[in-house]
Design a protein around this ligand. Structure first.
Ligand code: DCT
Ligand code: MG
Length: 512
Protein backbone atom coordinates (compact mmCIF):
# COMPACT_ATOMS: atom_id res chain seq x y z
CA UNK A 1 0.00 0.00 0.00
CA UNK A 2 1.27 3.50 -0.85
CA UNK A 3 2.06 5.85 1.97
CA UNK A 4 -0.38 8.78 2.19
CA UNK A 5 1.25 11.74 0.48
CA UNK A 6 2.43 14.62 2.67
CA UNK A 7 0.37 17.75 2.23
CA UNK A 8 1.82 21.26 1.86
CA UNK A 9 0.33 22.20 5.20
CA UNK A 10 2.09 19.20 6.87
CA UNK A 11 5.39 20.35 5.44
CA UNK A 12 4.91 23.89 6.64
CA UNK A 13 4.01 22.63 10.10
CA UNK A 14 7.12 20.44 10.18
CA UNK A 15 9.34 23.32 9.11
CA UNK A 16 7.84 25.52 11.82
CA UNK A 17 8.49 22.81 14.39
CA UNK A 18 12.05 22.27 13.25
CA UNK A 19 12.70 25.96 13.47
CA UNK A 20 11.49 25.87 17.05
CA UNK A 21 13.24 22.65 18.04
CA UNK A 22 16.66 23.25 16.51
CA UNK A 23 18.88 25.01 19.01
CA UNK A 24 18.97 28.71 18.30
CA UNK A 25 21.84 30.88 19.33
CA UNK A 26 20.85 31.72 22.88
CA UNK A 27 23.58 32.26 25.42
CA UNK A 28 23.81 29.40 27.93
CA UNK A 29 23.82 30.92 31.40
CA UNK A 30 23.24 27.79 33.49
CA UNK A 31 25.78 25.13 32.73
CA UNK A 32 25.30 22.88 35.72
CA UNK A 33 22.69 20.67 34.07
CA UNK A 34 21.39 19.69 30.67
CA UNK A 35 17.65 19.34 30.14
CA UNK A 36 15.62 17.07 27.97
CA UNK A 37 11.87 17.66 27.73
CA UNK A 38 9.76 14.60 27.19
CA UNK A 39 7.27 14.82 24.36
CA UNK A 40 5.15 11.92 25.61
CA UNK A 41 1.75 13.19 26.83
CA UNK A 42 2.94 16.78 26.26
CA UNK A 43 2.75 17.00 22.51
CA UNK A 44 5.14 18.39 19.93
CA UNK A 45 3.94 21.98 19.96
CA UNK A 46 4.02 22.51 23.70
CA UNK A 47 7.39 20.77 23.92
CA UNK A 48 8.83 23.02 21.21
CA UNK A 49 7.46 26.09 22.97
CA UNK A 50 8.95 25.09 26.34
CA UNK A 51 12.30 24.22 24.81
CA UNK A 52 12.55 27.59 23.11
CA UNK A 53 11.47 29.40 26.28
CA UNK A 54 14.00 27.61 28.46
CA UNK A 55 16.80 28.24 25.97
CA UNK A 56 15.91 31.90 25.84
CA UNK A 57 16.25 32.05 29.62
CA UNK A 58 19.76 30.62 29.37
CA UNK A 59 19.09 26.92 30.08
CA UNK A 60 20.85 24.24 28.08
CA UNK A 61 18.18 22.07 26.44
CA UNK A 62 18.91 19.13 24.15
CA UNK A 63 16.51 18.04 21.40
CA UNK A 64 17.72 14.45 21.64
CA UNK A 65 18.34 12.27 24.67
CA UNK A 66 22.11 12.60 24.31
CA UNK A 67 24.78 11.41 26.76
CA UNK A 68 25.09 14.89 28.19
CA UNK A 69 21.47 15.07 29.40
CA UNK A 70 21.23 15.14 33.21
CA UNK A 71 17.58 16.15 33.87
CA UNK A 72 14.43 14.93 32.19
CA UNK A 73 11.31 17.08 32.50
CA UNK A 74 7.92 15.46 31.95
CA UNK A 75 4.30 16.55 32.09
CA UNK A 76 1.36 14.34 33.06
CA UNK A 77 3.71 11.38 33.45
CA UNK A 78 4.35 9.34 36.56
CA UNK A 79 7.83 8.12 37.45
CA UNK A 80 7.02 4.65 36.07
CA UNK A 81 5.72 6.20 32.82
CA UNK A 82 9.05 7.93 32.32
CA UNK A 83 11.10 4.89 33.33
CA UNK A 84 9.09 2.74 30.95
CA UNK A 85 9.75 5.19 28.14
CA UNK A 86 13.45 5.32 29.05
CA UNK A 87 13.64 1.54 29.00
CA UNK A 88 12.76 1.65 25.31
CA UNK A 89 15.41 4.28 24.50
CA UNK A 90 18.49 2.12 24.89
CA UNK A 91 20.29 4.62 27.09
CA UNK A 92 21.89 2.15 29.48
CA UNK A 93 21.59 2.93 33.16
CA UNK A 94 18.63 5.30 33.38
CA UNK A 95 19.23 5.95 37.07
CA UNK A 96 21.68 8.67 36.07
CA UNK A 97 18.86 11.05 35.13
CA UNK A 98 16.96 13.26 37.48
CA UNK A 99 13.30 12.98 36.64
CA UNK A 100 11.37 16.18 37.25
CA UNK A 101 7.83 17.31 36.83
CA UNK A 102 6.95 20.25 34.61
CA UNK A 103 6.13 22.25 37.75
CA UNK A 104 9.87 22.59 38.35
CA UNK A 105 10.50 24.02 34.89
CA UNK A 106 7.53 26.39 35.17
CA UNK A 107 8.92 27.79 38.44
CA UNK A 108 12.33 28.18 36.85
CA UNK A 109 10.81 30.05 33.93
CA UNK A 110 8.93 32.35 36.30
CA UNK A 111 12.08 33.42 38.15
CA UNK A 112 14.32 33.22 35.10
CA UNK A 113 16.89 30.91 36.78
CA UNK A 114 17.08 27.37 38.16
CA UNK A 115 15.17 26.75 41.37
CA UNK A 116 16.09 23.94 43.70
CA UNK A 117 14.30 20.71 42.83
CA UNK A 118 12.50 19.63 45.97
CA UNK A 119 10.18 16.73 46.78
CA UNK A 120 7.09 18.10 45.02
CA UNK A 121 9.01 18.51 41.76
CA UNK A 122 10.52 15.05 41.74
CA UNK A 123 9.12 12.04 40.01
CA UNK A 124 9.75 9.14 42.37
CA UNK A 125 8.58 5.57 42.55
CA UNK A 126 6.29 4.70 45.41
CA UNK A 127 8.45 3.13 48.11
CA UNK A 128 9.04 -0.66 47.96
CA UNK A 129 8.22 -0.62 44.32
CA UNK A 130 11.24 1.03 42.97
CA UNK A 131 13.84 -0.47 40.68
CA UNK A 132 16.11 2.17 42.22
CA UNK A 133 14.65 3.83 45.24
CA UNK A 134 14.48 7.50 44.36
CA UNK A 135 15.65 9.82 41.72
CA UNK A 136 16.20 13.14 43.26
CA UNK A 137 18.36 16.07 44.14
CA UNK A 138 20.49 16.98 47.16
CA UNK A 139 17.72 16.80 49.71
CA UNK A 140 16.18 13.52 48.61
CA UNK A 141 17.47 10.14 49.65
CA UNK A 142 20.37 8.78 47.56
CA UNK A 143 20.12 5.58 45.50
CA UNK A 144 21.23 3.39 48.36
CA UNK A 145 18.23 4.24 50.51
CA UNK A 146 17.71 0.69 51.64
CA UNK A 147 20.04 0.57 54.58
CA UNK A 148 23.29 -1.15 53.70
CA UNK A 149 24.54 -3.08 56.71
CA UNK A 150 28.09 -2.58 57.95
CA UNK A 151 28.31 -6.41 58.21
CA UNK A 152 28.93 -8.41 55.02
CA UNK A 153 27.03 -11.31 56.62
CA UNK A 154 23.87 -9.18 56.59
CA UNK A 155 24.26 -8.30 52.92
CA UNK A 156 23.60 -10.45 49.85
CA UNK A 157 26.57 -10.15 47.51
CA UNK A 158 26.36 -12.08 44.25
CA UNK A 159 29.04 -12.21 41.56
CA UNK A 160 27.17 -9.52 39.64
CA UNK A 161 29.36 -6.56 40.53
CA UNK A 162 27.90 -3.31 39.09
CA UNK A 163 30.88 -1.29 40.31
CA UNK A 164 33.85 -3.25 39.00
CA UNK A 165 35.69 -0.20 37.74
CA UNK A 166 35.78 1.09 41.33
CA UNK A 167 36.46 -2.25 43.03
CA UNK A 168 39.31 -3.07 40.60
CA UNK A 169 40.94 0.23 41.50
CA UNK A 170 40.58 -0.42 45.24
CA UNK A 171 41.91 -3.99 44.87
CA UNK A 172 45.15 -2.49 43.52
CA UNK A 173 45.36 0.08 46.31
CA UNK A 174 44.56 -2.55 48.99
CA UNK A 175 47.26 -4.85 47.63
CA UNK A 176 49.76 -2.02 47.66
CA UNK A 177 49.08 -1.36 51.35
CA UNK A 178 49.24 -5.09 52.07
CA UNK A 179 52.69 -5.11 50.43
CA UNK A 180 53.65 -2.18 52.64
CA UNK A 181 52.29 -4.07 55.66
CA UNK A 182 49.87 -1.29 56.45
CA UNK A 183 47.01 -3.52 57.58
CA UNK A 184 44.72 -0.71 58.69
CA UNK A 185 44.44 1.04 55.32
CA UNK A 186 44.45 -2.28 53.50
CA UNK A 187 41.42 -3.41 55.51
CA UNK A 188 39.68 -0.07 54.95
CA UNK A 189 39.96 -0.59 51.18
CA UNK A 190 38.87 -4.25 51.49
CA UNK A 191 35.76 -3.17 53.36
CA UNK A 192 35.00 -0.53 50.75
CA UNK A 193 35.41 -3.13 47.98
CA UNK A 194 33.13 -5.51 49.81
CA UNK A 195 30.34 -2.99 50.32
CA UNK A 196 30.57 -1.66 46.75
CA UNK A 197 30.15 -5.22 45.42
CA UNK A 198 26.71 -5.53 47.03
CA UNK A 199 25.20 -2.34 45.57
CA UNK A 200 22.53 -3.19 42.99
CA UNK A 201 23.35 -0.15 40.83
CA UNK A 202 26.36 1.47 39.20
CA UNK A 203 27.57 4.59 40.97
CA UNK A 204 27.32 7.54 38.60
CA UNK A 205 27.37 10.42 41.05
CA UNK A 206 28.52 10.93 44.60
CA UNK A 207 24.98 11.28 45.87
CA UNK A 208 24.40 7.62 45.03
CA UNK A 209 26.61 6.46 47.89
CA UNK A 210 25.34 8.72 50.65
CA UNK A 211 24.84 6.68 53.81
CA UNK A 212 26.75 3.63 52.52
CA UNK A 213 29.04 2.38 55.33
CA UNK A 214 32.83 2.00 55.09
CA UNK A 215 33.26 4.71 52.45
CA UNK A 216 35.56 7.21 54.14
CA UNK A 217 36.89 10.47 52.76
CA UNK A 218 39.87 8.83 51.06
CA UNK A 219 37.70 6.21 49.36
CA UNK A 220 35.14 8.82 48.33
CA UNK A 221 37.73 11.11 46.77
CA UNK A 222 38.95 8.21 44.63
CA UNK A 223 35.40 7.30 43.58
CA UNK A 224 34.82 10.94 42.63
CA UNK A 225 37.99 11.04 40.56
CA UNK A 226 37.00 7.85 38.72
CA UNK A 227 33.51 9.22 38.03
CA UNK A 228 34.98 12.44 36.65
CA UNK A 229 38.12 11.26 34.85
CA UNK A 230 37.39 7.58 34.30
CA UNK A 231 40.54 6.62 36.24
CA UNK A 232 42.40 7.27 39.47
CA UNK A 233 45.78 8.98 39.49
CA UNK A 234 46.68 7.12 42.70
CA UNK A 235 46.03 3.76 41.08
CA UNK A 236 48.12 4.78 38.08
CA UNK A 237 50.99 5.74 40.36
CA UNK A 238 50.79 2.39 42.20
CA UNK A 239 50.79 0.43 38.94
CA UNK A 240 54.06 2.16 38.04
CA UNK A 241 55.59 1.72 41.47
CA UNK A 242 58.69 -0.44 41.42
CA UNK A 243 58.09 -2.05 44.81
CA UNK A 244 54.45 -2.86 43.95
CA UNK A 245 55.44 -4.42 40.61
CA UNK A 246 58.18 -6.56 42.18
CA UNK A 247 56.02 -7.69 45.11
CA UNK A 248 53.24 -8.63 42.71
CA UNK A 249 55.67 -10.86 40.81
CA UNK A 250 57.29 -12.37 43.90
CA UNK A 251 54.03 -13.16 45.73
CA UNK A 252 52.69 -14.86 42.61
CA UNK A 253 55.09 -17.72 43.47
CA UNK A 254 53.45 -20.40 45.63
CA UNK A 255 55.24 -20.30 48.99
CA UNK A 256 56.43 -16.70 48.72
CA UNK A 257 54.81 -14.24 51.10
CA UNK A 258 55.57 -10.73 52.25
CA UNK A 259 58.65 -11.69 54.27
CA UNK A 260 60.47 -13.34 51.39
CA UNK A 261 59.38 -10.63 48.94
CA UNK A 262 60.77 -7.96 51.25
CA UNK A 263 64.06 -9.85 51.54
CA UNK A 264 64.41 -10.25 47.77
CA UNK A 265 63.47 -6.65 47.15
CA UNK A 266 66.07 -5.44 49.65
CA UNK A 267 68.65 -7.67 47.96
CA UNK A 268 67.96 -5.73 44.78
CA UNK A 269 65.90 -8.27 42.86
CA UNK A 270 63.12 -6.84 40.70
CA UNK A 271 62.08 -9.69 38.42
CA UNK A 272 61.59 -13.45 38.75
CA UNK A 273 64.35 -14.11 36.24
CA UNK A 274 66.78 -12.21 38.48
CA UNK A 275 65.73 -14.36 41.46
CA UNK A 276 66.01 -17.57 39.45
CA UNK A 277 69.46 -16.62 38.15
CA UNK A 278 70.88 -16.35 41.68
CA UNK A 279 71.90 -19.92 42.47
CA UNK A 280 73.04 -19.01 45.99
CA UNK A 281 69.46 -18.34 47.15
CA UNK A 282 68.03 -20.93 49.52
CA UNK A 283 64.49 -21.78 48.49
CA UNK A 284 62.04 -23.82 50.57
CA UNK A 285 60.55 -27.01 49.14
CA UNK A 286 57.30 -25.11 48.63
CA UNK A 287 59.02 -22.25 46.75
CA UNK A 288 60.92 -24.70 44.55
CA UNK A 289 57.60 -26.25 43.54
CA UNK A 290 56.21 -22.72 43.15
CA UNK A 291 58.91 -21.82 40.58
CA UNK A 292 58.70 -25.18 38.84
CA UNK A 293 54.94 -24.97 38.22
CA UNK A 294 54.62 -21.20 38.18
CA UNK A 295 53.17 -20.86 34.71
CA UNK A 296 50.37 -23.36 35.42
CA UNK A 297 49.66 -22.01 38.88
CA UNK A 298 49.24 -18.38 37.79
CA UNK A 299 46.87 -19.34 35.01
CA UNK A 300 43.64 -19.60 36.97
CA UNK A 301 41.77 -22.84 37.61
CA UNK A 302 38.60 -23.07 35.51
CA UNK A 303 35.35 -24.55 36.86
CA UNK A 304 35.69 -27.52 34.47
CA UNK A 305 39.12 -28.21 35.92
CA UNK A 306 37.77 -27.92 39.47
CA UNK A 307 35.02 -30.42 38.59
CA UNK A 308 37.63 -32.83 37.18
CA UNK A 309 39.69 -32.48 40.37
CA UNK A 310 36.55 -33.13 42.42
CA UNK A 311 36.11 -36.52 40.70
CA UNK A 312 39.74 -37.43 41.39
CA UNK A 313 39.49 -36.40 45.05
CA UNK A 314 36.17 -38.17 45.57
CA UNK A 315 37.43 -41.39 44.01
CA UNK A 316 40.58 -41.40 46.14
CA UNK A 317 38.75 -40.58 49.38
CA UNK A 318 35.99 -43.12 48.80
CA UNK A 319 38.58 -45.83 48.13
CA UNK A 320 39.34 -45.63 51.87
CA UNK A 321 36.13 -44.27 53.37
CA UNK A 322 33.17 -45.24 51.15
CA UNK A 323 30.70 -43.10 53.12
CA UNK A 324 32.82 -39.95 53.36
CA UNK A 325 31.40 -36.55 52.44
CA UNK A 326 33.54 -34.69 49.92
CA UNK A 327 32.47 -31.09 49.41
CA UNK A 328 33.85 -28.50 47.03
CA UNK A 329 34.24 -25.29 49.09
CA UNK A 330 35.96 -21.90 48.56
CA UNK A 331 35.18 -19.69 45.60
CA UNK A 332 33.79 -22.49 43.43
CA UNK A 333 31.06 -23.21 46.00
CA UNK A 334 30.15 -19.52 45.76
CA UNK A 335 29.58 -19.96 42.03
CA UNK A 336 32.88 -18.53 40.77
CA UNK A 337 33.93 -19.69 37.34
CA UNK A 338 37.65 -19.37 38.09
CA UNK A 339 39.83 -19.61 41.19
CA UNK A 340 43.45 -19.75 42.28
CA UNK A 341 43.03 -23.18 43.86
CA UNK A 342 40.41 -25.87 44.54
CA UNK A 343 39.30 -26.28 48.16
CA UNK A 344 37.70 -29.42 49.62
CA UNK A 345 36.19 -30.33 52.94
CA UNK A 346 36.14 -34.01 53.84
CA UNK A 347 34.30 -35.64 56.71
CA UNK A 348 33.29 -39.18 57.53
CA UNK A 349 29.93 -39.68 59.28
CA UNK A 350 30.86 -43.30 60.09
CA UNK A 351 34.30 -43.14 61.65
CA UNK A 352 33.98 -39.56 62.91
CA UNK A 353 37.66 -38.86 62.66
CA UNK A 354 40.11 -40.74 60.54
CA UNK A 355 43.62 -39.37 60.74
CA UNK A 356 44.83 -41.98 58.28
CA UNK A 357 42.69 -40.81 55.40
CA UNK A 358 44.83 -37.93 54.11
CA UNK A 359 48.12 -39.88 54.44
CA UNK A 360 46.47 -42.77 52.55
CA UNK A 361 45.22 -40.47 49.78
CA UNK A 362 48.72 -38.99 49.49
CA UNK A 363 50.28 -42.45 49.18
CA UNK A 364 47.76 -43.44 46.54
CA UNK A 365 48.39 -40.35 44.42
CA UNK A 366 52.14 -40.72 44.76
CA UNK A 367 51.78 -44.25 43.40
CA UNK A 368 49.62 -42.92 40.57
CA UNK A 369 52.23 -40.18 39.91
CA UNK A 370 49.65 -37.45 40.38
CA UNK A 371 51.33 -35.63 43.24
CA UNK A 372 53.71 -32.78 42.37
CA UNK A 373 53.96 -31.35 45.88
CA UNK A 374 52.32 -31.79 49.27
CA UNK A 375 52.44 -30.46 52.80
CA UNK A 376 50.45 -32.38 55.39
CA UNK A 377 49.53 -30.41 58.50
CA UNK A 378 48.45 -32.45 61.51
CA UNK A 379 45.35 -31.60 63.50
CA UNK A 380 45.67 -29.56 66.68
CA UNK A 381 41.93 -29.51 67.21
CA UNK A 382 40.54 -29.93 70.75
CA UNK A 383 36.79 -30.09 71.31
CA UNK A 384 36.91 -27.99 74.48
CA UNK A 385 39.00 -25.17 73.07
CA UNK A 386 37.15 -21.84 72.82
CA UNK A 387 36.88 -20.35 69.33
CA UNK A 388 39.80 -18.18 68.35
CA UNK A 389 39.56 -14.44 68.96
CA UNK A 390 41.65 -13.75 65.89
CA UNK A 391 39.55 -12.96 62.86
CA UNK A 392 42.04 -14.39 60.36
CA UNK A 393 43.28 -17.34 62.41
CA UNK A 394 43.91 -20.61 60.60
CA UNK A 395 41.81 -23.52 61.83
CA UNK A 396 43.11 -26.57 63.68
CA UNK A 397 41.90 -29.34 61.38
CA UNK A 398 44.19 -31.80 59.70
CA UNK A 399 44.83 -30.53 56.19
CA UNK A 400 46.95 -30.97 53.14
CA UNK A 401 48.14 -28.24 50.77
CA UNK A 402 49.14 -29.86 47.52
CA UNK A 403 49.81 -29.50 43.83
CA UNK A 404 48.07 -32.10 41.75
CA UNK A 405 48.86 -33.19 38.20
CA UNK A 406 45.61 -32.85 36.27
CA UNK A 407 45.68 -34.59 32.90
CA UNK A 408 43.91 -32.59 30.16
CA UNK A 409 42.12 -35.75 29.20
CA UNK A 410 40.33 -35.80 32.60
CA UNK A 411 38.96 -32.32 31.96
CA UNK A 412 38.09 -32.91 28.35
CA UNK A 413 36.19 -36.12 29.01
CA UNK A 414 33.99 -34.02 31.32
CA UNK A 415 33.66 -31.30 28.73
CA UNK A 416 32.71 -33.84 26.02
CA UNK A 417 35.01 -31.95 23.64
CA UNK A 418 37.88 -33.72 21.88
CA UNK A 419 41.12 -33.24 23.87
CA UNK A 420 43.82 -30.97 22.35
CA UNK A 421 45.94 -34.06 21.71
CA UNK A 422 49.66 -33.63 22.05
CA UNK A 423 51.49 -33.98 18.76
CA UNK A 424 54.71 -35.30 20.23
CA UNK A 425 55.38 -37.57 23.16
CA UNK A 426 57.32 -34.86 24.98
CA UNK A 427 54.46 -32.36 24.92
CA UNK A 428 53.04 -31.72 28.36
CA UNK A 429 49.52 -33.09 28.59
CA UNK A 430 48.70 -32.00 32.12
CA UNK A 431 48.32 -28.90 34.24
CA UNK A 432 49.54 -28.32 37.80
CA UNK A 433 46.63 -27.39 40.08
CA UNK A 434 46.73 -26.13 43.67
CA UNK A 435 44.42 -28.15 45.90
CA UNK A 436 43.57 -27.78 49.60
CA UNK A 437 42.11 -30.78 51.44
CA UNK A 438 40.67 -30.28 54.91
CA UNK A 439 39.53 -33.16 57.10
CA UNK A 440 37.11 -32.45 59.94
CA UNK A 441 35.03 -34.43 62.45
CA UNK A 442 31.37 -34.65 61.41
CA UNK A 443 30.26 -32.65 64.52
CA UNK A 444 32.27 -29.68 63.22
CA UNK A 445 31.29 -30.12 59.57
CA UNK A 446 28.76 -27.24 59.42
CA UNK A 447 31.21 -24.77 61.02
CA UNK A 448 34.08 -25.90 58.81
CA UNK A 449 31.88 -25.68 55.71
CA UNK A 450 30.76 -22.16 56.57
CA UNK A 451 34.36 -21.15 57.26
CA UNK A 452 35.86 -22.67 54.12
CA UNK A 453 33.18 -21.34 51.79
CA UNK A 454 34.27 -17.73 52.32
CA UNK A 455 34.59 -15.14 51.05
CA UNK A 456 37.28 -13.95 53.42
CA UNK A 457 35.47 -10.68 54.03
CA UNK A 458 32.21 -12.56 54.65
CA UNK A 459 33.95 -14.76 57.23
CA UNK A 460 35.60 -11.81 58.93
CA UNK A 461 32.28 -10.07 59.31
CA UNK A 462 30.49 -13.20 60.56
CA UNK A 463 33.01 -13.40 63.38
CA UNK A 464 32.89 -9.68 64.05
CA UNK A 465 29.09 -9.83 64.11
CA UNK A 466 29.09 -12.79 66.53
CA UNK A 467 31.48 -10.97 68.88
CA UNK A 468 30.03 -7.47 68.81
CA UNK A 469 26.33 -8.06 68.29
CA UNK A 470 25.76 -11.43 69.97
CA UNK A 471 28.44 -11.85 72.64
CA UNK A 472 29.39 -15.10 70.95
CA UNK A 473 32.64 -16.47 69.57
CA UNK A 474 32.74 -18.07 66.14
CA UNK A 475 35.46 -19.83 64.20
CA UNK A 476 35.73 -22.78 61.79
CA UNK A 477 35.17 -25.26 64.65
CA UNK A 478 32.45 -23.91 66.88
CA UNK A 479 30.14 -21.17 68.11
CA UNK A 480 30.36 -20.35 71.80
CA UNK A 481 27.73 -18.34 73.65
CA UNK A 482 29.61 -16.29 76.24
CA UNK A 483 26.48 -15.32 78.16
CA UNK A 484 25.19 -18.87 78.54
CA UNK A 485 28.72 -20.31 78.58
CA UNK A 486 27.79 -23.09 76.15
CA UNK A 487 28.90 -24.39 72.75
CA UNK A 488 26.05 -24.28 70.23
CA UNK A 489 25.60 -27.39 68.11
CA UNK A 490 24.90 -27.08 64.38
CA UNK A 491 24.07 -29.72 61.82
CA UNK A 492 23.89 -27.32 58.91
CA UNK A 493 24.97 -23.83 57.93
CA UNK A 494 21.34 -22.75 58.36
CA UNK A 495 21.55 -23.73 62.05
CA UNK A 496 24.54 -21.41 62.51
CA UNK A 497 22.76 -18.45 60.91
CA UNK A 498 19.77 -19.18 63.16
CA UNK A 499 21.96 -19.26 66.30
CA UNK A 500 23.33 -15.87 65.26
CA UNK A 501 19.87 -14.46 64.57
CA UNK A 502 20.79 -13.82 60.94
CA UNK A 503 18.77 -14.44 57.78
CA UNK A 504 20.28 -17.32 55.83
CA UNK A 505 22.64 -16.17 53.09
CA UNK A 506 23.16 -18.67 50.27
CA UNK A 507 26.78 -19.50 49.29
CA UNK A 508 26.45 -17.59 45.98
CA UNK A 509 25.35 -14.52 47.98
CA UNK A 510 28.53 -14.59 50.08
CA UNK A 511 30.81 -13.05 47.44
CA UNK A 512 31.50 -10.07 49.67
N1 DCT B 1 39.53 -18.58 54.49
C1 DCT B 1 39.35 -17.80 55.61
N2 DCT B 1 40.43 -17.26 56.22
C2 DCT B 1 41.67 -17.48 55.72
C3 DCT B 1 41.85 -18.27 54.59
C4 DCT B 1 40.76 -18.81 53.98
O1 DCT B 1 38.25 -17.59 56.06
N3 DCT B 1 42.70 -16.92 56.36
C5 DCT B 1 38.36 -19.15 53.85
C6 DCT B 1 37.70 -18.19 52.94
C7 DCT B 1 37.70 -18.83 51.61
C8 DCT B 1 38.20 -20.22 51.82
O2 DCT B 1 38.74 -20.27 53.11
C9 DCT B 1 39.16 -20.64 50.78
O3 DCT B 1 40.26 -19.74 50.70
P1 DCT B 1 40.85 -19.30 49.30
O4 DCT B 1 41.04 -20.47 48.43
O5 DCT B 1 42.05 -18.47 49.60
O6 DCT B 1 39.73 -18.32 48.77
P2 DCT B 1 38.67 -18.47 47.60
O7 DCT B 1 37.52 -17.66 48.01
O8 DCT B 1 38.45 -19.91 47.30
O9 DCT B 1 39.39 -17.73 46.43
P3 DCT B 1 40.07 -18.34 45.10
O10 DCT B 1 38.96 -18.42 44.14
O11 DCT B 1 41.09 -17.35 44.72
O12 DCT B 1 40.64 -19.67 45.44
MG1 MG C 1 40.00 -21.23 46.73
Amino acid sequence: MDKPSTTISDLKKKRRMNALISPTLHEIKFNEFVLFILEKKMGTTRRAFLMELARRKGFRVESELSDSVTHIVAENNSCSDVLEWLAGQNVGDSSRFELLDISWLTECMKVGKPVEAIGKHQLVMPRNNSPYPTVGSQNTPPLATKEVSQYACKRRTTLNNCNQKFTDAFEILAKNFEFRENEGICLAFMRAISVLKCLPFTIVRMRDIEGVPWLGEQVKSIIEEIIEDGESSRVKAVLNDERYKSFLLFTSIFGVGLKTSEKWYRQGFRTLDEVKADKSLKLTKMQKAGFLYHEDLVSCVAKEEADAVYLIVKEAVRAFLPEALVTLTGGFRRGKKIGHDVDFLISDPESGEDEQLLPNVIKLWEKQELLLYYDLVESTFEKTKLPSRKVDAMDHFQKCFLILKLHHQKVDSNRSKPPPESKTHEAKNWKAIRVDLVMCPIQQYAYALLGWTGSRQFERDLRRYATHEKKMMLDNHALYDKTKKIFLKAESEEDIFTHLGLDYIEPWERNA
